[in-house]
Structure formats: C-alpha cells, structure tokens
Write a protein that binds this ligand. Sequence first.
Ligand SMILES: [Zn+2]
Length: 65
Amino acid sequence: MICERCGRQTNRYRYSWYNEQAICLPCSDRESKRHDYAHCRKAELEAVKRGDLNFNFKTPQEMES
Ligand SMILES: [Zn+2]
C-alpha cells in the first residue's frame, strides 16, 4: 500500500490516532512523538465513549504542518 501521509510505498501500516489515515510505521512513530499525542489519545478515548467512532483530532491537512 501507499502511506496516506507521506506517500511512500510500505508493506506494513497502522491507523493514525489523529484521523482515519492508514500510515507507515515511520509516520506512526513520528505521530507518537508529537507534543499533542497524549492529548489526542485522551480526546480519542472520550470520543469513543460517547459513540463517535469517526473522530478526527486533526485533519490530514493539519497533520502536514
Ligand atoms: Zn508515511
């Protein structure tokens, strides 16, 4: 598949915590080091609790910055 964030070819991927993108492992790793990662995980958890399964903490456009 092609990473939806950086566009590189990759055989292994994960889903982003920030939105619905399927991303490669380096991108996933970078995401986990962002300063707002803990905040994102918490917000995601709260969204799931209220039944919002399509929660986007940041849009793909916002993730590029
Ligand atoms: Zn990537």
